[in-house]
Design a protein around this ligand. Structure first.
Ligand SMILES: [Zn+2]
Length: 117
């Protein structure tokens, strides 16, 4: 994934968001993230899920599916707390970053001259 370090926080928040709503598992999460434009391999996502569990954001249980086992994750209370804070910060950031430029006021001559100086 390009810009992986930069976008890793968004990926974790997507994981948390869905893990609050229902149990998730790795392959489902990989497909869900792909819909949002994040292409993650199991080799990237699984360690991420595991690390989020170690940090207390997720809890897991193992379910047998035929002869294989599947690990299902849910958000913990701590994870919900973190997500709530991230939503606040995210709204704050988007408000600033996506603010439309004051299009009615093109740069003044003075401002252009200042830029040249
Ligand atoms: Zn999502």
């Amino acid at each position: 994934m390009e810009h992986q370090d930069l976008l890793a926080g968004f990926v974790r928040l997507h994981v948390l968001h869905h893990a609050v709503e229902h149990e998730i598992y790795g392959l489902w999460m990989i497909e869900e993230l792909a819909h949002h434009g994040y292409r993650l391999s199991p080799g990237t996502l699984y360690p991420m899920l595991h690390a989020m569990e170690t940090r207390g954001y997720l809890t897991s249980r193992t379910e047998r599916v035929g002869r294989t086992a599947r690990k299902l994750y849910r958000a913990t209370a701590f994870g919900k707390q973190g997500l709530a804070l991230a939503k606040l910060r995210g709204r704050e950031f988007m408000g600033e970053a996506l603010k439309e430029a004051p299009s009615a006021e093109p740069p003044t001559r003075e401002a252009a001259d200042d830029a040249d100086a």
